[in-house]
Design a protein around this ligand. Structure first.
Ligand SMILES: Cc1cc2nc3c(=O)[nH]c(=O)nc-3n(C[C@H](O)[C@H](O)[C@H](O)COP(=O)(O)O)c2cc1C
Length: 640
């Protein structure tokens, strides 16, 4: 495919961008406890600028002291200008422009689940469904004027810091967007009611920012083109709002959607289609003359199409740039197949301090340590196991110059990941194994398929180091009847290694269980889920938007759920469960276990005492998320 269209320069107001790829704001908690820029943070943004994105928008910047989140640089006083200058300088030095997203968090606190002590959530008005665990404060007209000034001063500070543009955050349930939405704004004064009144706050902010920054400094407005909730902003209304904001001197409209505390559309996970919000951007483009920025699962291919078809003027790539900061440069250089494609798994939203954050990019937030240094003394390395852990470790070790061989006991590489790819909506997960396979070929790593590694084969091959990546296998339940013929594993159903007959009862309600049920229900097969807790529970927090998308699908497909139910026995025609202190037989012709995994680590025991250096990686250490597997692979690859 020809990607030239992505690399044509474009303008926003007086600002010229070298190409059409924009990195949108993504809240990352990389600052220190005092909210100062850290080396990690600077490295993270500089890497995206070096990688070729034309405009970098760092995480949102709170314009008011009562709107902050921890480990984030705010812009609510002049003392912060220096921190933003550091980011602006780093981005400029790497060849890109910087836009600062100005924000008052408002009801996004409901999504973040964190409200600073003593802080109330600022709202235009109260509504019955607001969570009662928090305190709310309805803004007076005087306070509204004060916040307008906060945005004006935030814009001044961004300009003083050397930013090239500012962006008003007016989407997702932040304070400004809750004023714009009929769902959250029930005011009856000049700030509520009609479209003009509800958009008044945003309009006045744009006008004040313009007064402060002057006519030539670009102002972008990021707004919801739909709240994606009944009773919220519709696309027709958003068109009117966009036109009003353009008139108020906005130089571009960046299109997003959804209220973060309620709907998953703003950060669409893998079940959503590619270019999920492009139709909304296209509608906004019909309503304004200024450039429009589209976002939401925009791959390079989708990006070219969106630009060529005139549906938007710029494309934002958020998670794709987390997954691969060098995406623009790789595409431009004709290296499409070397891009680590985003899977839209939304692990990046589970970001906790120090936790792995991207399934496909083990170096996210560790950019300063990448590229790995070439090995001082190349070693002969045997990788036992060709699942994700083995593949990733092998690639990184070979990139460092080690002589690596992969042995895999089955006939193909990929391991459990191939099962994940077979889950409904997860076909694009194949990108990850495709990428690793391409790198294995590029690096000419020998792969021996159908070759299990034993103590003897290791001794015979005499490697300097063994990487043990022997994975994990699904487990069952210890209940009478668990060994019956009609009891199968969810992994095997997903991989279509076994078939089902009659009514299926899936035992286990985490991802695999839910996905098996969806797969069967989509094929028109009757299925129920039995789980010992709630859906998605087993102590690990699931990412909210992905969970919500999958749970919604189960509801659409009307899959019956038996929650907080313990399986006590399986017989030929039913699963006997204990629920609410009562025994129930749940009719089932096929019983599908999806209750967890067990590590396979026999080789580690066999290698002990041989004097051969070995490292264990992936599920053979402990069954885990692919995201953790990659991070661990990178750590081990750096060690050898
Ligand atoms: C970790 C994360 C944090 C985000 N934080 C913000 C934010 O602070 N402000 C904002 O306007 N959008 C935020 N977003 C939304 C993104 O800017 C973007 O619109 C969204 O991820 C869809 O684009 P993508 O499919 O290219 O990732 C965030 C997204 C992610 C993944």
């Amino acid at each position: 495919m020809n990607f030239d269209r992505l690399f044509q320069p474009g303008t926003i107001g007086k600002m010229t961008l070298k190409n059409r790829i924009v990195m949108p704001a993504m809240g990352v908690a990389l600052s220190d406890a005092k909210g100062s820029a850290t080396g990690k943070e600077i490295g993270y943004y500089a890497a995206r600028a070096r990688g070729g994105a034309a405009l970098i928008t760092p995480h949102y910047a709170s314009v008011s002291a009562d709107s902050s989140l921890p480990y984030t640089i705010v812009i609510s006083d002049d003392g912060q200008v220096g921190h933003w200058k550091v980011l602006a300088d780093a981005v400029h030095a790497a060849g890109s422009k910087l836009s600062v997203q100005l924000m008052h968090i408002g009801m996004i606190y409901l999504y973040s689940g964190y409200v600073p002590e003593g802080c109330t959530i600022k709202v235009p008005s109260t509504t019955l469904w607001l969570k009662s665990t928090y305190s709310y404060h309805v803004l007076s007209e005087e306070e509204i004027e004060r916040y307008i000034e906060d945005f004006g001063q935030g814009a001044r500070r961004a300009k003083e810091a050397g930013a090239d543009a500012v962006e008003l955050h007016a989407c997702h349930g932040c304070l400004v967007s809750t004023f714009m939405s009929p769902l959250t704004n029930k005011r009856t004064d000049q700030w509520g009611g009609s479209v003009e009144n509800r958009v008044r706050f945003a309009r006045r902010i744009v006008e004040r920012m313009r007064e402060v920054v002057g006519p030539d400094f670009p102002i972008i407005v990021r707004m919801n083109a739909s709240d994606d909730i009944e009773g919220g902003v519709s696309i027709e209304e958003a068109q009117e709002q966009a036109a009003i904001l353009e008139k108020a001197s906005a130089d571009a409209i960046s299109v997003s959607s959804g209220m973060e505390f309620w709907t998953p559309q703003g950060i669409p996970a893998y079940p959503f289609p590619e270019g999920a919000m492009v139709p909304l951007a296209e509608k906004i483009k019909q309503a304004v003359k200024v450039p429009v920025i589209a976002a939401g699962k925009i791959t390079p291919e989708v990006g070219v199409r969106v630009l060529e078809e005139g549906k938007a003027d710029f494309v934002a790539m958020g998670r794709p740039l987390l997954a691969d900061p060098d995406l623009p440069n790789k595409i431009k250089a004709g290296r499409r197949e070397d891009v680590r494609n985003c899977l839209y798994c939304n692990n990046c939203l589970r970001m906790e301090a120090g936790a792995p954050s991207c399934t496909v990019n083990p170096f996210l937030f560790r950019e300063a340590r990448y590229p790995l240094k070439p090995a001082a003394k190349p070693k002969k390395v045997l990788v036992a196991g060709g699942g994700l852990a083995g593949m990733e470790t092998a690639v990184l070790l070979a990139e460092r110059g080690h002589h690596v061989t992969i042995c895999e006991k089955t006939g193909e590489l990929g391991g459990q990941w191939n099962v994940a790819c077979a889950s409904p909506g997860k076909g694009s997960y194949r990108h990850l194994t495709d990428y690793l396979n391409k790198q294995i070929s590029r690096l000419a790593i020998p792969v021996k398929l159908n070759q299990a590694v034993t103590r003897e084969t290791v001794l015979q091959a005499a490697p300097d180091t063994v990487i043990l990546a022997t994975g994990a296998v699904p487990i069952g339940l210890r209940v009478p009847g668990a060994d019956k013929e009609h009891v199968v594993q969810g992994h095997d159903v997903l991989a279509e290694k076994v078939g089902v007959k009659g009514v299926s009862a899936v035992v286990g309600g985490r991802f695999i269980g839910m996905e098996v049920a969806i797969k069967l229900a989509e094929a028109g097969k009757p299925v129920v889920i039995i789980t010992r807790g709630g859906l998605g529970e087993d102590g690990v927090k699931l990412e909210k938007f992905t969970f919500q998308s999958i749970a919604n699908r189960l509801v659409e497909l009307r899959v019956p759920l038996y929650l907080n139910a313990t399986v006590v026995e399986i017989n030929d025609s039913s699963v006997i469960i204990l629920m609410n202190g009562e025994i129930y037989p749940v009719p089932a012709d096929t019983v599908i276990f999806s209750v967890g995994m067990r590590s396979v680590a026999d080789l580690a025991r066999e290698l002990e005492g041989t004097g051969i250096e070995f490292h264990m990686v992936g599920d053979c250490v402990k069954p885990r998320d692919a995201c953790e597997v990659h991070t661990q692979a990178a750590k081990i690859a750096a060690l050898v």
